[in-house]
Design a protein around this ligand. Structure first.
Ligand code: PRP
Ligand code: URA
Length: 222
């Protein structure tokens, strides 16, 4: 059997998905997948991957010109237009990505969405939601390392839209085909940035080959 992540599928099957194939991303991802990687290193790798993925995910932010006085003369520079970006980690595992993205966008606001997957139904159960009030005027980046069945992602994006958000990007580290397809069906306007498109879900809803339970590996629980 071909165990290549995403084997047998082409980018055309996943029009909302951007897989970031930068060598540093792929190198760090291999370390992250390794079962022997300890909690501290795992957490550092999640942060570093979040920075690199966010670089890609912010590449189309709108700019506006700004006059800049250099020591020699005035010139035109460019700054990101509009209100501050909002990062929205999905608790718990999304928390591990926040610092990495803030390193790139230090002025971003941080909202939170609390969700967990019911172990039997695999459907998301939500328990917390807090984002800035003027959501319609801001760009949002949802953070969650794992896009598995897509239930959590659909729920998180739906909540953000109910709060008024219209410009939403989704940052994950490992995506399963089923999750990307489910999110695209519910929210075709949301582009997904991931370090990998893996092969499939197993019977328990875990991504294969995946990296295991991201929250447990990040926080040392189990
Ligand atoms: C994991 C992960 C996602 C979700 C993905 O969280 O961080 O939020 O599962 O699965 P889905 O695409 O099938 O919805 P989990 O529910 O394990 O909660 P935790 O982060 O608190 O461990
Ligand atoms: N959540 C995880 O943490 N890992 C998976 O493989 C699927 C959902």
């Amino acid at each position: 059997m071909d165990t290549t992540p995403g084997a047998g599928r082409s980018a055309a099957d996943f029009p909302t998905l951007v897989v970031v194939r930068h060598p540093l991303v792929q190198h760090k991802l291999a370390l992250l997948r390794d079962r022997s990687t300890p909690t501290k290193i795992f957490s550092e790798l999640v942060e570093e991957l979040a920075t690199l993925l966010a670089y890609e995910a912010t590449s189309d932010l709108a700019l506006e010109p700004v006059a800049v006085d250099t020591p020699l003369e005035q010139t035109t520079g460019y700054r990101v237009r509009g209100k501050k970006l909002v990062l929205v980690p999905i608790l718990r595992a999304g928390l591990g990505m926040v610092t990495g993205v803030l390193r790139l966008v230090p002025s971003a606001r941080v909202g939170h969405i609390g969700l967990y997957r019911d172990h039997d139904t695999l459907e998301p159960v939500d328990y917390y939601f807090r984002v800035p009030g003027d959501a319609a005027e801001r760009d949002f980046i949802v953070l969650d390392p794992m896009l598995a069945t897509g239930g959590s992602a659909v729920s998180a994006v739906s909540s953000l839209k109910r709060a008024g958000a219209t410009r939403i990007r989704y940052l994950c580290i490992v995506a399963a085909p089923a999750g990307v397809t489910r999110l695209a069906a519910a929210h075709p306007d949301v582009r997904v940035y991931s370090a990998a498109l893996d092969r499939e879900l197993n019977a328990h809803g875990y991504i294969m080959p995946g990296l295991g339970d991201a929250g447990d590996r990040l926080f040392g629980t189990r």
